[in-house]
Design a binder for this molecule. Structure first.
Ligand code: F0G
Length: 483
């Protein structure tokens, strides 16, 4: 069932497959409040207080709404330090979804990455991935390794409509493995969906080739499965012969091809905190378990309350529901449809968990030195209180090896089961309003740069005077009434 919202020619959205049981008031800071907040925050939206944010699209991680069944699950928490029955259920749920035998719970995805990379990665090693997420890359670097992205070329073209822009460039992977040898590549990692590249899916056909290549070189294959259910949804929709399969079956086809996985369950586990690392390798599991106890906690709770494990078991199951996934992906497409009507440039095709604005087309008058992604994120906040995140030169700055990151994006991540169609229509309207006055948007300079993961804590200041390049008038978008 779908509804046209305002008139039949406008984009439509499927009816939400859930109803509201608890509500949370949305703050409504005034323009003056927002200007003050920007200055206090050093123009870094991570430094805003949530009370200063109207619609929070900073991340889809741990920001979703739990279901009534998940809240009920919290009440059957068995808070035993060792051997909790919640762990038994969690372990059997993850085993039945993935087929991996050794399951180590962690408090979130990066803790799982810490266990895996601290155990496997040695100084000088090379770790290929379609595109490393920022924490994955940081863990490889911290262990002295070199993260290398080997996504297909289409992944770097925001206007390409290639349906599987998360795919690995298999000949490039093969060449890398030949060059480095198995001694120097502790694992191949594939991130599904490819978050850094726009929430783009990896096809099963490509994954099979990756698995064949990794196996031929004797290198283990791991999957970063944060958004595996969204990936399976796209495979079901776009890959031939997949339409009759369930999300669980498609997921299992991926997991059967690899040696293990890391997961931030804050995404497709539908919880506010939780994650795990899983493997078929008994000796690796034993080594990781020692670190798990040191850094996270005993292996039957892994840094979580046991009730969190119970909520995660329920969330992992709910994330495979086709009605939920259809609505989720259609929410993203709905925003895209509204942006199309106002000619706003974004990365195509839209991915599973958000819209990624194509900053170089959005603000062509700004150069890379103007930090245009951050400048746009600031402007979206200034215009309508939206909190978004730059995915570009700051998140993946100069220490990536090349001066200019191939993609300069601003991500509008959609939290799961949180915002309604009218919230999303408001979001699209704010973005379009900024696009209409884009020639006025000025660049920023970074006034404080931390050494690691700079986007979280850097501070910025607006550049004075005119921008570094002459503003170019874009196509005029039709005027609409304001929300
Ligand atoms: N891998 C991917 C692909 C991710 O997107 C994230 C987190 C992680 C690993 C780390 O997981 O946050 O639970 O420690 N992504 C969030 C985001 C933060 O906003 O995209 P975590």
């Amino acid at each position: 069932m779908r509804v046209p919202l305002n008139d039949p020619t406008e984009p439509t959205l499927p009816v939400e497959p859930y109803k509201v049981k608890v509500v949370e008031r949305i703050p409504n800071p005034s323009r003056e409040d927002r200007e003050r907040a920007l200055v206090r925050a050093g123009f870094n939206l991570f430094n805003l207080h949530s009370d200063e944010v109207r619609i929070d699209l900073l991340t889809d991680s741990g920001t979703g709404a739990m279901s009534d069944r998940q809240w009920a699950a919290l009440m059957i928490g068995d808070e035993s330090y060792a051997g909790s029955r919640n762990f038994a259920r969690f372990e059997s749920t993850v085993r039945s979804i993935t087929g991996f035998h050794h399951i180590l719970p962690t408090h979130q995805g990066r803790a799982a990455e810490n266990l895996l990379f601290s155990t496997l990665c040695r100084p000088g090693n090379v770790v290929p991935n379609n595109m490393h997420f920022d924490t994955t890359r940081a863990h490889v670097l911290r262990n002295g390794g070199r993260p290398v992205n080997v996504a297909v070329r289409d992944a770097y073209d925001p206007q390409s409509d290639f349906p599987f822009k998360g795919n690995i460039d298999v000949p490039a992977l093969d060449a890398l493995l030949r060059r480095e040898g198995r001694e120097n590549v502790p694992l191949v990692m594939v991130t599904i969906t490819n978050n850094t590249g726009g929430g783009q899916p990896v096809s099963l056909a490509n994954f099979r080739e990756v698995a064949r290549t990794a196996r031929a070189h004797g290198v283990p294959l791991y999957v970063d499965m944060c958004r595996w259910a969204e990936n399976a949804y796209f495979v079901r929709e776009r890959e031939s012969g997949m339409r009759a399969k369930s999300i669980a079956e498609i997921g299992r086809a991926f997991f059967d091809l690899c040696d293990g996985a890391t997961m931030s369950a804050k995404k497709d586990g539908l919880v506010n905190i939780g994650g795990f690392v899983a493997t078929r390798d008994r000796s690796l599991a034993a080594r990781m378990k020692e670190l798990l106890i040191l850094y996270e906690g005993f292996p039957t709770y892994g840094g979580l309350a046991r009730r969190d494990l119970e909520a995660m078991s329920v969330g992992l199951e709910e994330a495979m529901d086709l009605d939920y996934l259809t609505h989720r992906v259609e929410q993203v497409r709905y925003v895209a449809g509204l942006l199309d009507a106002r000619a706003v440039p974004y990365l195509h095709p839209v991915g599973g968990h958000g819209i990624y604005l194509d900053v170089r087309r959005f603000l062509p008058h700004l150069s890379d030195e103007d930090l245009p992604g951050q400048a746009l994120a600031v402007e979206l906040y200034r215009e309508g209180g939206l909190r978004t995140v730059e995915v570009g030169s700051i998140m993946f700055g100069p220490d990536q090896g090349s001066k200019r990151p191939p993609l300069e994006l601003v991500r509008l991540a959609i939290p799961r089961r949180v915002y309604s169609a009218s919230h999303l229509a408001f979001v699209a309207d704010v973005v379009a309003r900024v696009y209409e006055r884009r020639a006025d948007v000025r660049g920023l300079t970074m006034v404080y740069r931390p050494e690691r993961l700079p986007h979280f804590t850097a501070r910025f200041a607006p550049k004075r005077g005119a921008s570094s390049r002459a503003p170019r008038a874009g196509r005029a978008a039709p005027r609409r009434k304001r929300a």
